[in-house]
Design a protein around this ligand. Structure first.
Ligand code: CMC
Length: 427
């Protein structure tokens, strides 16, 4: 037995032995397979990266068929129960959970970066009141690049960590300023006495009271949701982050790019799309007819299905439990009954069962956000804030990777061969 793969090319009769490492073969090893010396060599073809590992990572472990998600080895369920979002950020960045002292120092370090440059306000005021919060978020994060030229020194690990702390500290401030601007409300400065999510809720909702104190259940629920959304290995937006930073672009513009990838309804935009669907269905008796339309291929059931999970998304289970706790405080969101009925029917229906379509993290999260008073258009921003931590952890890992290279996929060109512009073209 050897850790190799034998390949016989039936076009030429030649045999090749390719090394196997960690259950993978190197795509570049296929290049030696040629029909003649002029042949470029074989490539693997994988639209949508269905079966291509683009990097080696030590951050997030995901077993889709078993419904397992772990950050640095810790099951997501245990982190959601026992840690805080900032401790999880520390874990993602440094590989270990912080002890009590490290946790306090870390929280203080992040809080030192919650303020935005005053000129950011002028930028924000330039947007229309009805500007979509994701467009505002993406533009403002990108604009931070102009305030921190030192961020371009991406080869220095200390500089990388400084920018990562800045981004984790500032994204809630950007999100809340975008919201306040859309409502014509004054901006609220960060309050470093509060927790990460407590401060975010303060910046969102404080009115004339001298100090805003979020309900502890809601503050914790948001923290748990942030933990669940912090990282999810090489998804569309994380791959975008790795792609953009592979050219050594600074992390502010790269996080803006990753956020743009997240914005789409097939990815982080699904939480907003789910709520739109639930509102469209409206009440329980309309659920079967709606499912029928999904099965007829009219549209997809948003918040269902996942490229990697072919089992119940473990995050969806925690979100569902969190929803119950939140509704005890805010009152029940009536659309939860519609959501639960959709889930019940879908989980019994052959169409969904055979395609292994289960609720994903976005299915219930919007209901919680709505109950907490967030406008529907801001839901994807609530995904982008915690995922910023995952993007940054993956960026820092990639920059320190000895196999680091600019990302540059190949293509399967099937267009026309050489032809010539006619001599009389446009004469
Ligand atoms: N409703 C109905 N049918 C679906 C759905 C759905 N939500 N998702 C997949 N399918 C069907 C799809 O039509 C296809 O059927 P067939 O084999 O007959 O052509 C089959 O299931 C496989 O779908 P796919 O598009 O090849 O699967 P994918 O891995 O490329 O796509 C997905 C994954 C998440 C884009 C997709 O399931 C989807 O569009 N879901 C709805 C949007 C959503 O909830 N997105 C959030 C994902 S979780 C959080 C995140 O990543 O941000």
């Amino acid at each position: 037995m050897s850790d190799t793969l034998s390949i016989r090319d039936n076009r030429t009769g030649k045999e090749y032995e390719i090394d196997i490492k960690d259950d993978n073969i190197k795509a570049l090893d296929l290049r030696q397979i040629k029909v003649n010396d002029d042949d470029f060599g074989m490539m693997s073809y994988d639209p949508g990266y269905m079966n291509t590992a683009s990097c080696t990572s030590h951050i997030t472990d995901l077993h889709g068929s078993k419904g397992i998600l772990r950050y640095r080895g810790y099951p997501i369920e245990q982190l959601a129960e026992k840690s805080t979002f900032l401790d999880v950020v520390y874990l993602l960045f440094n590989g270990e959970l912080p002890d009590t002292q490290q946790s306090e120092d870390w929280a203080m370090r992040i809080k030192h970066h919650t303020m935005l440059h005053e000129k950011t306000k002028r930028l924000l005021k330039g947007f229309n009141y009805d500007a979509h919060p994701m467009g505002v978020f993406i533009s403002t994060v990108a604009a931070l690049s102009t305030f921190y030229p030192d961020a371009k020194d991406v080869d220095d690990p200390e500089t990388r960590m400084l920018q990562a702390c800045r981004l984790v500290g500032k994204t809630p401030t950007i999100a809340s300023y975008a919201y306040r601007n859309s409502r014509g409300l004054p901006f609220i400065y960060p309050d470093n006495e509060l927790s990460y999510t407590g401060n975010f809720l303060n910046m969102m909702y404080r009115m004339v009271e001298p100090r805003y104190q979020a309900h502890p259940v809601l503050e914790r629920a948001l923290d748990v949701l942030f933990i669940l959304h912090a990282d999810h290995e090489q998804n569309c937006s994380t791959s975008a982050m790795r792609n953009i930073t592979s050219s050594k672009a600074d992390p502010f513009v790269a996080v803006a790019g990753a956020s743009a990838a997240l914005y789409g309804p097939s990815h982080g935009g699904a939480n907003e799309a789910v709520l739109n669907q639930l509102r469209e269905i409206g009440s329980l008796e309309n659920v079967p007819a709606y499912i029928k339309r999904v099965k007829a291929g009219e549209f997809r059931l948003m918040g269902f299905g996942h490229r990697v999970y072919k089992n119940y998304d473990p995050r969806a289970r925690i979100v569902k439990e969190t929803a119950e706790a939140v509704f005890e405080v805010t009152g029940r969101n009536p659309l939860i009954d519609v959501a639960m009925e959709l889930e019940r029917i879908a989980l019994e229906d052959e169409f969904f069962v055979s395609k292994k379509l289960y609720p994903n993290v976005d299915f219930y999260s919007g209901l919680i956000y709505e109950a907490m008073g967030f406008p529907m258009e801001a839901f994807t921003v609530l995904f982008a804030i915690p995922r910023t931590a995952g993007w940054l952890a993956q960026w820092m890992e990639s920059m320190a990777d000895p196999e680091f290279r600019i990302t540059r996929p190949r293509q399967n060109y099937q267009g026309l061969g050489e032809r010539h512009v006619p001599d009389d073209y446009r004469s």
